[in-house]
Design a binder for this molecule. Sequence first.
Ligand code: RBF
Length: 143
Amino acid sequence: MRFGVVVSEWNTEITEALFEGARNTFLKFGTAEADIIRRDVPGSFELTLGAQLLAETEQFDAIICIGVVIQGETKHFDFICEAVGQGITNLNIKYNLPVIFGVLTPNTMQQALDRAGGVHGNKGDEAAITAIKMAALKRELEN
Ligand code: RBF
């Protein structure tokens, strides 16, 4: 399988940890390094277009979007989360392709750290597992 990963450059300490979690999980389940294609975008708001540009290439079994929007730190929280949530949902349907919502929406930076390799695990791992499961489901039902 071949996976696209779109990574937001906001809160890179967190998004890099989430990406590493996703990458390690893909490798652990047998994906070749060359079949993990990463592209970065400036912020979570841009994840939708980043994923759409990858989807348009028709080269991927699934795409993961990785970002972090911290509620306490921006009034933009609701706008960004609403936009990217809706945007990613639309891509799933438009391309009939798993596009995974790997966006953390915590109240604090500590909660983000806890979910990026901390006490609550690494949500990047979970995003990769979701991508693999959904890609397998798509293959099973389409073949
Ligand atoms: N992008 C994020 O991924 N996480 C954030 O917490 C975040 N906070 C923002 C706060 C403000 C006030 C603004 C203007 C942008 C923020 N962005 C954030 C960037 C946003 O996703 C996008 O890159 C920019 O709005 C440009 O479209």
